[in-house]
Design a protein around this ligand. Structure first.
Ligand SMILES: Cc1ncc(COP(=O)(O)O)c(C=O)c1O
Length: 1034
């Protein structure tokens, strides 16, 4: 969609008379008019549909229709809102770089050999912002919002509005980055620590992490912890109880393949564990199980421990409010989903999973852990523990590839616990149980059999012989209710926090019960779960929950709002300043793109709802799959992976399954460049591949000689190469085509890591270059917000031959019930984090093919403009033969160690004083920073950031020249907090003014780090991963 000003510009270009500009202007104007005339068709389709005389007339003398289209075109077009630089800025920036046009600049940056010959095959932007929302609403309304009592790990919730609006819908929370810079991240660090404390408190296990992707992958992570904690190689059998959720078992089976683990599924009550001898690594059991039963697991724990294994319990956080914590009956690990702590269904995600364990396993915990440390002034400060950036992913020695997780949703769950507090949570749990007891009573009275003798919220009901399950489902459907389909005679019902009295009556009606008797049944039910006969004696929780003060303070909405805001104000997000993190693409997450994710038509849909209720999702996902395939130059897409790293894993599994289908199952070597992101080798290991590292040359390019030698050496067993493009050094490598050729010549497949796709869209593509599979990071390239470390969406796109090997899911079946794919799922939900897919759909539709191409060009322009401004002050590590970087670049900070005793971390912390989030630090090259500005930043913001870095260079120079001390200077003491700068005492040889306000813009826009530099070593030595003791609050 083009703005009126674009149309006017196009007309004036046409008047200039040059053939080229006139043709361009005609095309531009035509596109604008076509949009207005046929707003809901792609431009290609529309062009074909419009009579030739109508389109031809446009160039010379506009017809009345064309004039009207121009005059009446909407003004809320998006491209000019998404891209930061104004037209005049673009001209100035190009001039500074010595180019006449953006296209000249792109020609000097992207090798001709890989450029697309044709424009991106995606319709040009179809909608202005308001139109987009109307169009998407119409699609959303094709979803039918039934009340789902399907359970299976997902329930409806009441999202506290104060959390909905002030966390989920608040850019101050959703545009934050992963808290690697603790001084400007104390808010979300505190909130994630609250999350860990909730998990630890309710499971009874002392160590918890700050979220995982979903319950299925959490089960996979638990499997690997059990395998890796045993030193014996043959201890590789993992038992899983048959009554875990089917999707959890399916993801577990997938995960086991790469680790050569054997999954044995059985009934834990009758299974002969002794028969496994010393091969048992662990056992997984669900508490309560998928059909609602609450098992006694103490004997199981003893048996598993006696065999030398560990007990993993899949727990439901809400039921743990009233049930004995797993640690008390001997669980070593507890995992599960926290969705029902105030996170919408979202058709399966995103939701935060949890992982809690014993102190013995503490150092094997996957994902991120928040720890308590202290700052340079001795104050308490939170930080990511035991790791900096992705160093917790131990590359080729890895057992987990978790990077992006589900931080935003973990924050929501934590806030839910803070808001409701122990009494509130218990009341909710007791209320759910009371409804379930009442339903059980009414259903039994109606002649059906509740098969589970114990339950918290789920009933497995055998329908009376006079009826079938189908009859019950039909009656439920009449009332727009979904129940779980178990078999021809059995249905499942799971109740939740959102249940109402009227809905209970409806459910009773569905089962043909006597509604008039319900009230008296309710009156006779136990007041609390602890008193209920449905909770096995001895399994009711005895002790209090959530005793920490943080869960006992903020129970009025005013207090809660202020707590959320107080934490938010400690964190630098995109709402404050640019976050130029190389390889992370912190671009605009536009409001219009985000609005639909909280529409009930999208976020109240159960992931296993019948297909006829999810046609809106199907429509949107189909659109996305084809648009993403077009962007990547591939043939087929799956949106199932919940992060980039999960995409890598899914892609490599597709390659392996394809190779096995060709009788090439022996191919088990994956070539990974030494510059690759840590998730690449980690994903390869998880897919059962052996990693062989390929060198990079001194210019950061893949060393083709080394690549060829290794590809040839392993030709018989070569499975794949993983290439990031543009490289993690920020350059469009010329040699990429040859690299792809080499791997193909030696029988391997090419995996392209899509983290840097923001530099490619519309200019080239993985498929065009010859790759076989790639992932996209929708949370980078395609506008899904980072949320402080998730949600993530990592679709993979593949060439035709790999399409049959995309991940399946127990719910993805053909009409005849056969599975759609023979390859197992990588996520618990069929479409992963479907609830945030509207963001990417909207991004693509708002910008269209031409807009997204312009985005890539602008991202490259912004990076080169900054590199050019900084060139005289810092050395830039890598560039192509024309001196151009791609969409990011690396500044070398290594010399300053010698010249001034300054390390990269000092520069990063000093940038915080200048109001900026530091760029990516020490990756891929130690002691460097990698800057990726993205297209969304204005020239003014880029200039400010450059001014800050240039000013810091002058501060370093003062140390080099002896004007500042090497020991006590403005960099090593950074960041400077408000308390430090305003303290009575000031002993430093520079002024408070310089410390806090080194440049004039800071007078208007100052962001204060809330703690001084955080002591990493202290935090790692004294790992504490739940809220500080109660006495520190007194
Ligand atoms: C080059 C590269 N590949 C893969 C990943 C992993 O993506 P995710 O964090 O979504 O798992 C990242 C994340 O920063 C990355 O930079």
């Amino acid at each position: 969609m083009l703005s009126r000003s674009t149309i006017t510009k196009a007309q004036s270009l046409a008047k200039l008379g040059s053939a080229a500009s006139s043709a361009m202007a005609t095309a531009t104007l035509r596109a604008a008019l076509l949009h207005t005339l046929r707003p809901h068709q792609s431009s290609a389709a529309t062009a074909a549909a419009i009579p030739a005389n109508e389109t031809e007339a446009v160039g010379s003398a506009p017809s009345a229709a064309a004039t009207a289209a121009q005059a009446l075109a909407p003004l809320d077009t998006f491209l000019r809102r998404h891209n930061g630089p104004r037209d005049s800025d673009v001209d100035a920036m190009l001039q500074a770089l010595g180019f006449k046009s953006l296209d000249d600049m792109i020609s000097a940056t992207v090798p001709d050999s890989i450029r697309l010959a044709e424009p991106l095959n995606i319709a040009d932007s179809e909608y202005a912002e308001k139109e987009l929302l109307a169009k998407l609403k119409a699609i959303a309304q094709k979803n039918k919002i039934y009340r789902s009592f399907i359970g299976t790990g997902y329930t409806d919730v009441v999202v506290p509005p104060v959390i909905l609006r002030n966390v989920l819908e608040n850019p101050g929370w959703y545009t934050q980055y992963t808290p690697y810079q603790p001084e400007i991240s104390q808010g979300r660090l505190e909130s994630l620590l609250n999350f860990q404390t909730v998990v630890s408190d309710l499971t009874g296990l002392p160590a918890a992490n700050a979220s995982l992707l979903d319950e299925g992958t959490a089960a996979g992570e638990a499997l690997v912890v059990c395998l890796s904690s045993s030193r014996k190689k043959n201890r590789n059998v993992f038992f899983a109880d048959e009554n875990c959720h089917p999707q959890t078992l399916a993801v577990l089976r997938t995960r086991a393949e790469g680790f050569n683990a054997e999954i044995v599924v059985g009934d834990y009550r009758t299974f002969d564990f002794a028969s496994l001898g010393d091969r048992l690594a662990g056992a997984l059991v669900s508490y309560p199980d998928t059909y609602g039963n609450i098992g006694e697991h103490k004997a199981l724990a003893d048996q598993v421990h006696a065999q030398g294994g560990q007990l993993v319990v899949v727990a439901d956080l809400m039921s743990l409010a009233v049930l004995q914590p797993p640690a008390e009956f001997g669980a070593d690990i507890a995992i599960g989903n926290t969705q029902r702590f105030g996170v919408p269904l979202g058709y399966g995600g995103p939701h935060a999973a949890f992982f809690a364990t014993t102190t013995d396993n503490q150092r094997r915990i996957p994902g991120r852990i928040i720890g308590v440390s202290r700052d340079a002034q001795g104050n308490r400060a939170y930080r990511l523990a035991l790791q900096t950036r992705e160093q917790h992913i131990r590359r080729e020695k890895a057992s987990s590839n978790i990077c992006t997780a589900q931080a935003l949703l973990a924050n929501m769950a934590a806030m839910y616990a803070v808001y409701h507090g122990p009494e509130g949570i218990k009341n909710i749990a007791n209320r759910i149980h009371r409804f379930t007891q009442s339903l059980a009573g009414a259903v039994s009275a109606a002649g059906h059999t509740v098969e589970n003798s114990s339950y918290f919220d789920t009933l497995r009901i055998r329908v009376a012989d006079s009826l079938t399950a189908a009859d019950i489902h039909a009656r439920a459907a009449e009332r727009q209710i979904n129940l779980r389909r178990i078999d021809a005679q059995t249905v499942g019902v799971t109740l939740d926090e959102a249940i109402t009295r009227e809905e209970l009556y409806q459910l009773v009606e569905v089962f043909g019960g006597d509604v008039s008797a319900v009230d008296s049944i309710v009156a006779s039910t136990a007041a609390t779960a602890a008193e209920s006969s449905a909770i096995p004696a001895g399994l009711a929780r005895q002790g209090p929950i959530l005793t920490h003060p943080i869960f006992n303070r903020y129970h009025s909405e005013t207090e809660m709002l202020r707590y959320i805001t107080q934490l938010q104000n400690k964190d630098l997000s995109l709402a404050n300043a640019m976050i130029p993190l190389g390889s992370c693409t912190m671009k605009l997450n536009a409001t219009t793109e985000l609005i639909p994710i909280t529409w009930p038509e999208f976020n109240q849909i159960h992931p296993f709802a019948p297909r006829e209720q999810t046609e809106g999702y199907a429509h949107m996902i189909r659109d996305l799959e084809s648009d993403l395939a077009a962007i990547t130059g591939m043939d087929a897409t799956t949106v199932q992976p919940n992060s980039g790293a999960q995409g890598e894993y899914a892609g490599l599994r597709a390659i392996r399954a394809y190779q096995a289908s060709q009788g090439q199952g022996q191919r088990n070597v994956c070539l990974v460049p030494e510059s690759a992101h840590g998730t690449n080798p980690a994903s390869a290991v998880m897919a059962g591949l052996k990693v062989v590292i390929v060198k990079c040359d001194s210019k950061g390019n893949l060393d083709l000689v080394d690549l060829e030698a290794k590809a040839q050496k392993h030709a018989d067993v070569l499975s794949a190469v993983m290439i990031t493009y543009p490289s993690t050094f920020g350059v469009f490598e010329e040699g990429v085509l040859r690299a792809i050729e080499i791997v193909h010549e030696n029988g391997g497949q090419v995996y392209m890591d899509g983290a840097n796709m923001n530099a490619q869209v519309g200019l080239t593509s993985p498929g065009h270059m010859g790759a076989d599979v790639c992932h996209l990071n929708n949370h980078k390239t395609l506008a899904i917000p980072h949320g402080g470390g998730g949600p993530g969406v990592g679709p993979i796109c593949v060439k035709k031959h790999l399409a049959p090997f995309l991940p399946g899911h127990p719910e993805l079946v053909n009409a005849d019930g056969t599975p759609q794919s023979t390859v197992g799922p990588v996520s618990a939900a069929p479409y992963g984090s479907a609830g945030v897919l509207p963001v990417t759909w909207s991004y693509v539709k708002l910008l269209g093919g031409r807009g997204m191409t312009q985005v890539s060009k602008t991202a490259i322009l912004n990076a080169n403009y900054m590199a050019n401004r900084l060139r005289d002050h810092y050395s830039i590590l890598y560039a192509n033969q024309n001196g151009m970087c791609a969409h990011e670049f690396i500044l070398d900070m290594r010399p300053f160690g010698k010249t001034a005793g300054i390390q990269v971390i000092d520069i990063a912390k000093r940038l915080q004083d200048y109001g900026f989030h530091p760029p990516t630090m020490s990756w891929p090259v130690p002691n460097t920073i990698m800057i990726e500005p993205t297209e969304s930043e204005s020239k003014e913001e880029l200039d400010k950031f450059c001014d800050a870095l240039i000013s810091i260079r002058e501060e370093i120079r003062e140390i080099e020249e002896g004007k500042q001390s090497r020991e006590d200077n403005i960099l090593v003491n950074a960041p400077h907090t408000i308390s430090k700068v305003s303290a009575e005492e000031w002993s430093h040889p520079y002024s408070r003014q310089r410390a806090a306000y080194p440049l004039p813009y800071l007078r208007e826009r100052k962001f204060w780090p809330s703690v001084a530099r955080v002591d990493d070593a202290f935090g790692d030595r004294n790992l504490m991963c739940s809220c500080p003791p109660i006495d520190t609050y007194q």
